[in-house]
Write a protein that binds this ligand. Structure first.
Ligand code: HAM
Length: 419
C-alpha cells in the first residue's frame, strides 16, 4: 500500500469542520480590518526565497523542497508566503494601483523539517501583509488581528512576545558588539552556534542548547542599542497594544528565523502545545520589497500555523463543533421508487435543504436508522398504500408528529419544512 509522505497529513471529513470554523473566523477578522485575499502559486523560482528569506537561514539552507524541473529551472515549493506576496506585489505593480495594499492568505507551505507534534512538512498558514506604510500602528494591527482570531477561537493560554530588531545600521553596530562579546567564548559554543557566529550571529539567541544559553545569558541585547526611530516606533506599538488590552511581554532575545525583518518583530506562543509553541510570528520588513526588485516600500505582516493552533484549541478545549445534521431523509419502500425519490430529493436540494436518500438498497428499517444517525430533522416516506393513494408521509423526528402531503405538491412540503 502506498502511504502519505512523512510529515504530511490528510484532513479527513471528521476533521474538516474544525478547519472550516477556524478559516471562517480568520476571514471574518481579516475582512473587518479590510484585508483582501491573495492567492499565489504553490511553487516559485528558488531564487525568490533564497534572496527573500536569506541564504544563511535554516529555511533556505536546510528545509526547502527544491528541485530542477524538466526545463532546467530551479523550483521551490513555498516555505512561507511573504516572499511570494512581495513578488506578486512587485510583478503586478500593486503599489501604483493603491498606496497601501492590505492582503491576507490561507495556504499550504512546505518545509523539510524533522516532523514532530505541531511540526509538519506540509503545513498551513493564514497570514496578512500590509505593504506601503511605515506606520507602527500597522505593526500593532497585525498583533491585534492575530490576538482577536485566537480569542474568537476561545484560546486563553497565549502570550504575545515583542521585540525590535532596529534598522540595518543600528543592527550592524550591535552585531559588532555581540561579536566582541562572544569572541573569546566562541570555542565553548555548540557547533551550530559556532557556525552561526560566522554566518548569522543573532540566531545564536535561538539556540536551545544549555552551553549556548549560558553564554548568551549575559550577552548585550539589541534592544538596548536601537536607533531613535526604531525606539520611537516600538513605543507606539507598545502603547497601542496597551490601549487595545493586549497583554504582551518584551522578549529581547526574539530574533526570528527569517532575515528580512526590520524594527518590530513578534510571536504569539501557546503554553499548551509542547515544544513547537509558536502559534504565529511576524514583523516589519521595510527593505524586502526593494531587495526583490521593487521600489523602496515598507511592509509588515505575520503568519500563523493552522495545525498548531488547532492542536492548542484541542488541548485547551477552546471550541466545540456542533454535531452535523441534515434537514430531510427520504426513505422508500420499493426499489421502483428509487428514481422518484432521487427526483424529489433534487427538488428539495435546489430549495437549499440538506437532503439524503438511500443508494444501498437498504430496508426501510435500515434507512430509518441511517436517518437517525445523520440527525435528520424530518423523514419523508414513500411507499405502501399511502403512496398508491397519492400521498407522502412526513415525520418530525424531534416530536414524532406525522403529517401526510399530496405527492404532487412538493411546494406544500417545502413551505412546511421552512416553518
Ligand atoms: P514563521 O515564523 O517561519 O514566519 O512561520 C509562522 C508560523 O507558521 C509559525 O509560528 C508556526 O505556527 C507555523 N509553522 C512554521 N513552520 C511550521 C511547520 N514545519 N509545521 C507546522 N507549522 C509551522 C513566517 O513564515 C513569516 N512569513 C511570517 C511573516 C509574515 N512575517 C512577515 N509577514
Amino acid at each position: 500500500m502506498i502511504k502519505s509522505i512523512t510529515g504530511t497529513k490528510d484532513i479527513l471529513p471528521e476533521d474538516i469542520q474544525r478547519w472550516n470554523f477556524l478559516e471562517s473566523i480568520v476571514e471574518k477578522v481579516f475582512a473587518s480590518f479590510n484585508y483582501k485575499e491573495i492567492r499565489t502559486p504553490v511553487f516559485e523560482e528558488t531564487a525568490l526565497f533564497a534572496r527573500g528569506i536569506g541564504e544563511a537561514t535554516d529555511i533556505v539552507g536546510k528545509e526547502m523542497y527544491t528541485f530542477i524541473d524538466r526545463s532546467e529551472t530551479s523550483i521551490t515549493l513555498k516555505p512561507e508566503m511573504t516572499a511570494s506576496v512581495v513578488r506578486a506585489f512587485v510583478e503586478h505593480s500593486l503599489g501604483t494601483k493603491q498606496p497601501l495594499n492590505k492582503l491576507f492568505y490561507i495556504s499550504p507551505m512546505f518545509r523539510q523539517e524533522r516532523p514532530q507534534a505541531g511540526r509538519f512538512r506540509q503545513f498551513h498558514q493564514f497570514g496578512a501583509e500590509a505593504i506601503g506604510s511605515n506606520s507602527p500602528l500597522l505593526d500593532a494591527e497585525m498583533i491585534q488581528m492575530a490576538f482577536d482570531i485566537f480569542k474568537l477561537l476561545g484560546l486563553k493560554d497565549v502570550s504575545v512576545k515583542i521585540n525590535s530588531l532596529g534598522v540595518p545600521e543600528s543592527r550592524e553596530k550591535y552585531k559588532e558588539l555581540l561579536r566582541n562579546y562572544l569572541f573569546d567564548k566562541k570555542d565553548n559554543l555548540s557547533e551550530d552556534s559556532r557556525m552561526r557566529f560566522e554566518k548569522n550571529i543573532l540566531r545564536i539567541f535561538d539556540s536551545k542548547i544549555e552551553c549556548d544559553r549560558e553564554i548568551m545569558k549575559n550577552a548585550p541585547l539589541l534592544i538596548d542599542y536601537l536607533d531613535e526611530e526604531s525606539k520611537n516606533d516600538f513605543e507606539i506599538v507598545k502603547e497601542a497594544l496597551t490601549r487595545g488590552n493586549i497583554p504582551f511581554e518584551i522578549d529581547p532575545k526574539l530574533v526570528r528565523g527569517l532575515d528580512y525583518y526590520t524594527k518590530t518583530t513578534f510571536e504569539i506562543v501557546s503554553e499548551k502545545v509542547g515544544s513547537q509553541s509558536a502559534l504565529c510570528g511576524g514583523g516589519r520588513y521595510d527593505l524586502l520589497i526593494e531587495q526583490l526588485g521593487g521600489k523602496p516600500t515598507p511592509g509588515v505582516g505575520f503568519a500563523a500555523g493552522i495545525e498548531r493552533i488547532l492542536l492548542a484549541c484541542e488541548n485547551e478545549k477552546a471550541f466545540s463543533i456542533p454535531e452535523s445534521s441534515i434537514d430531510l431523509y427520504i426513505t422508500r419502500l420499493d426499489k421502483e421508487l428509487e428514481k422518484f425519490v432521487y427526483d424529489i430529493a433534487s427538488y428539495f436540494r435546489r430549495e437549499n435543504f440538506i437532503v439524503e436518500i438511500d443508494y444501498l438498497d437498504r430496508s426501510v428499517k435500515a434507512q430509518m436508522r441511517e436517518a437517525n444517525k445523520l440527525g435528520s430533522r424530518y423523514v419523508l416516506f414513500a411507499g405502501g398504500e399511502e403512496f398508491q393513494n397519492g400521498l407522502l408521509n412526513l415525520k418530525n423526528m424531534a416530536d414524532g408528529i406525522q403529517k401526510t402531503f399530496d405527492k404532487n405538491n412538493l411546494e406544500e412540503i417545502k413551505n412546511y419544512l421552512k416553518k
